[in-house]
Write a protein that binds this ligand. Sequence first.
Ligand SMILES: Cc1ncc(C[n+]2csc(CCOP(=O)(O)OP(=O)(O)O)c2C)c(N)n1
Length: 248
Amino acid sequence: MAEYKRSSLIASAPSGYCPGCLHSLATRLISDVLDELGQAQNSLNVISVGCSALNIKYWGGDFLSVAHGRAPAAATGIKRVNPERLVFAYQGDGDLAAIGLAEIMSAANRGENFTVIFANNQTYGMTGGQMAPTTLEGQVTTTTVNGRDPSTTGYPLKMCELISTLKAPAYVARFALNSPKGINQARAGIKKAFQLQMQGKGFTFVELLTNCPTNWHLSPLKTLEYMDTNTIPYFTPGIYKDCEVDAE
Ligand SMILES: Cc1ncc(C[n+]2csc(CCOP(=O)(O)OP(=O)(O)O)c2C)c(N)n1
């Protein structure tokens, strides 16, 4: 029988997350993988701005909290001067694909040897549910009250597809956290990204499709169904780039 064990990186403190928010599951997966790889004490978590940052309250490892969107720039400096540390940034879609778009694309293009975990919940959760670059066509937010209209706001940005066009990245993948299968695949993807970083292979990017029950105005269970019918058909899960497969 499987025994539940709290990851060594998760302190016993109340989570700042809303009930059913998948940010907490993503944090759990990252911390479990770091334990599994024996990297918990060697890891450095570059924390961005947004609900993505709320795990700061119970993250038991080293972390650095940086300005909105700038995690890839900060992680670049940290990893270059501490190449032995396992460095990762954890960013939301507003942080990564709006204010931080230049930083993520530039770090990926330089092939910096760290990992970005990208939690895509298709909204600005922390500030009250405004439209993000990843908000789906027709999706209602506080700034697209009639649904996102591409004629005025463009189309939802597909970050894995964009980043995988670059030559340098070693691993680019997307997983959906709304099913046990997706969760297991995400765990394996995060592990692979960290392992490639440990081997010095360069930039690794893992997108996790997540939810926002509060700002989607849905129960946690309904958000998982919404992801199946709306999110996943647009943001196709899969491995977009893998240097080990490409080398074959
Ligand atoms: C320079 C700057 N601009 C704007 C803000 C306000 N702000 C805080 S969080 C946030 C959006 C975060 O959204 P996302 O990255 O999608 O994360 P989520 O909260 O959905 O997890 C914004 C715009 C800020 N803190 N700093």
